[in-house]
Design a protein around this ligand. Structure first.
Ligand SMILES: Cc1cc2nc3c(=O)[nH]c(=O)nc-3n(C[C@H](O)[C@H](O)[C@H](O)COP(=O)(O)O)c2cc1C
Length: 226
């Protein structure tokens, strides 16, 4: 019975994300639908001359293959990968880049409701969850950053990531995973956190449809010059 109630709560939450889907948008939405229309938002920033730039793909996802809550659409998986990780790997197949995960110092709990509570508390208390990262992202010219939308905003750990590093003069290319909120206004949040960087509007991908996003991702990367 408890499990059914928990699943109903998750469903209600996801429906509410979907219903509020456009509320936080920047107005520059990308397409992640199955028709794979070209993403209209990104200006070609990394043309041929920029191809030699050092690129890092960095992503955060609370779930990994060991901890993902497979029953919940809130942490959808593609094979063994979380949706954010799956897209990072797709990008990695198409762009000559290093890749690194932002790993939370304190793992997010299961079940999903507990993780959701923790994420909400972090946001309400304006916390800065700490993390480890195998590389120094300041060593790169272009930083492709992937993360899920959490409670309509950047996860606080991603906020901490941007406050930890100075990306002045660099190019930041975000992509977001979501259940209806698309970028949730987070590209603007990043612009505020990194005012001296060139922060491009990125690609918003429905987590549920991550497994079908390959063409959207390729088209988006082509538009960016990759
Ligand atoms: C704590 C939490 C909060 C979420 N908040 C939102 C939200 O505000 N808007 C939205 O569209 N999706 C929200 N989602 C759904 C996720 O963004 C989406 O399922 C994403 O694909 C999860 O990425 P992952 O599979 O890498 O964990 C939330 C998920 C979690 C776990």
């Amino acid at each position: 019975m408890k499990k059914i109630i928990a699943m109903l709560l998750v469903l209600a939450m996801l429906l509410s994300f979907a219903a509020c889907g456009n509320s936080g948008n920047t107005g520059n939405e990308t397409n992640d639908n199955e028709n794979n229309e070209a993403a209209p938002v990104t200006e070609p920033e990394n043309g041929t001359e920029d191809a030699a730039k050092k690129v890092l793909i960095v992503y955060f996802s609370p779930a990994n293959s060991d901890t993902a809550d497979a029953v919940s659409m809130a942490t959808p998986k593609v094979g063994n990968a979380s949706s954010t990780e799956y897209i990072a790997k797709l990008i990695g197949e198409k762009v000559d880049a290093d890749m690194a995960a932002i790993v939370p110092a304190e793992a997010y709990p299961l079940p999903y409701n507990d993780a959701a509570d923790k994420a909400k508390k972090e946001q309400d208390n304006n916390e800065r969850p700490t993390f480890t990262l195998d590389v120094n992202p300041e060593d790169y010219d272009v930083i492709i950053v992937g993360y899920p939308i959490w409670w309509y905003h950047l996860p606080m750990i991603i906020r901490n990531f941007f406050e930890t590093y100075d990306f002045s003069g660099k190019t930041i290319i975000p992509y977001t995973m979501h259940a209806g909120s698309r970028d949730g206004g987070t590209w603007n949040e990043i612009k505020e956190l990194e005012p001296e960087a060139s922060v491009l509007d990125g690609l918003a991908i429905s987590g549920e449809r991550a497994s079908k996003a390959e063409k959207s991702v390729s088209d988006w990367l082509k538009d960016l010059g990759y």
